[in-house]
Design a protein around this ligand. Structure first.
Ligand code: ATP
Ligand code: MG
Length: 417
């Protein structure tokens, strides 16, 4: 029979790959904790409206990437393509809009129907942080500093650069939008068909186009800066000053608009040159309208999400596979004793394993093969006396050790190594 392959764009995470993933997620979780974040876990699937209402009908995600389907009861369900909208939904439905600010960290799989390639999958994983209920630029700066510190804790500080932009407030964007529509109408003949459609529905989206023809025209499109309202300009100045306060360096990139509709003021991306076209590893911005889109009160918020697969690929080495103590019975009659010794080690917090078959020689060979630092050889008559042989597989030395002191002895030797 032909084996059934994994669905297109999905991957199994085993061994070294999973250790990389886990390291990225655990590091992000730990550093977010230092910033006062709590972890929130929201469902993998939501009512489709959670995303269609908030991300923008013309965004790539909503218009062509969502996994949406009617369930057996006829409700429209969507596998979550991102985390922010669901966190805002959870804030509102859990009655937390009066207990602000809230700092939510999340980690988990996301689903987008995209063309799979290196660093781009249909099921991928994100870690993210959302700070809800703070309107001050200081909050934006701290949230960006959290992202930077996670990248630093992963050893990636020299591989990534922070690019920052402002999208202004609603007034600034309306004025800028009018200028963009004027400009793109003039050059409409050179735009991709998709961007000509965007011109009618959501001209800002053209700035995020991945088509090379569009990108050439985008290069000369008007920038937002001259259209910033006075409050938006003040916010932008304060943000940059606050980032200096957190010791975060950045480059102003006026072309960053982000792919989703909900951003205002701050937009940023940490990018690398090491991953080709999939170079954005952590990205986000301010989304002051999103909680209201979920039926809550008008609530300011700022956050980001990072791609775990892309960060995993950048790690220069994978965390080592853990190796355990090999417990080796000297003959079948000692197996029960060996099982007891193994349970003693595990109860003391040590990783211990025993092969299920084979003579002493075979089992010792296996202990070496799996990279065990120690083998504990359990002989029947010795075990009756309460002792075992402890063999250090790195240097070959062996001595007799009482079972009572075995775990402490091994733990001491491991911590000294
Ligand atoms: P891109 O421009 O690469 O499509 P995006 O703007 O759609 O990214 P966001 O929605 O901001 O991405 O998601 C945040 C991060 O999640 C991205 O910077 C990236 O690291 C990761 N990411 C997004 N889509 C995928 C995917 N299909 N596969 C793997 N990682 C992804
Ligand atoms: Mg995308």
């Amino acid at each position: 029979m032909q084996p059934i392959q994994p669905a297109r764009g999905t991957r199994d995470l085993l061994g070294e790959e999973q250790r990389r993933h886990a390291h990225v997620i655990e590091t992000a979780r730990r550093v977010a904790g230092l910033y006062g974040y709590d972890e929130w876990v929201t469902p993998i699937f939501e009512d489709t409206r959670v995303f269609s209402r908030s991300l923008g009908e013309t965004s790539d995600v909503v218009s062509k990437e969502m996994y949406s389907f009617p369930d057996r009861g006829g409700d429209s369900i969507t596998l979550r393509p991102e985390g922010t909208a669901a966190i805002c939904r959870a804030l509102v439905t859990n009655g937390l809009t009066q207990s602000l600010p809230q700092k939510a960290f999340y980690a988990g799989p996301m689903f987008r129907y995209e063309r799979p390639q290196k660093g781009r999958y249909r099921q991928f994983h994100q870690v993210g942080a959302e700070l809800i209920g703070a309107a001050e630029p200081l909050a934006d700066a701290e949230t960006i500093a959290l992202g930077r510190d996670i990248l630093r804790a992963l050893g990636l500080e020299n591989d990534v650069a922070l690019e920052l932009n402002t999208l202004g407030d609603a007034q600034s964007r309306a004025d800028w939008r009018a200028a963009l529509v004027g400009y793109f109408h003039e050059v409409a003949d050179g735009l991709s068909e998709e961007s000509r459609k965007r011109l009618e529905r959501n001209p800002l989206r053209i700035l995020d186009s991945k088509s090379p023809a569009d990108q050439a025209l985008v290069a000369d499109a008007p920038l937002i800066e001259p259209f910033l309202s006075e409050p938006a300009r003040v916010f932008w100045d304060q943000l940059r000053a606050a980032l200096d306060g957190f010791g975060v360096s950045f480059r102003h990139n006026p072309r960053i608009v982000r792919g989703l509709d909900y951003y205002s003021h701050t937009a940023f991306e940490f990018v690398t040159e090491k991953l080709g076209a999939q170079g954005t590893v952590l990205a986000g911005g301010r989304y002051d309208g999103l909680v209201a889109d979920m039926g809550g009160p008008q609530t300011p918020a700022i956050g980001w999400a990072a791609g775990v697969e892309r960060l995993s690929m950048l790690l220069d080495h994978a965390p080592a596979a853990p190796s355990g103590i090999a417990v080796v019975p000297a003959g079948d009659a000692a197996e029960a004793m060996a099982a007891q010794v193994m349970q003693t080690l595990r109860a003391a917090g040590l990783r211990a394993e025993m092969a299920y078959r084979g003579n002493l020689k075979k089992r010792m060979e296996r202990a070496n093969r799996i990279g065990a630092p120690f083998a504990v050889i359990v002989g029947e008559s010795e075990a009756v006396r309460g002792v075992v042989q402890l063999k250090n597989l790195a240097d070959g030395t062996q001595d007799e050790v009482p079972i009572v002191g075995l775990a402490a002895r091994i733990a001491g030797a491991c911590s000294a190594r």
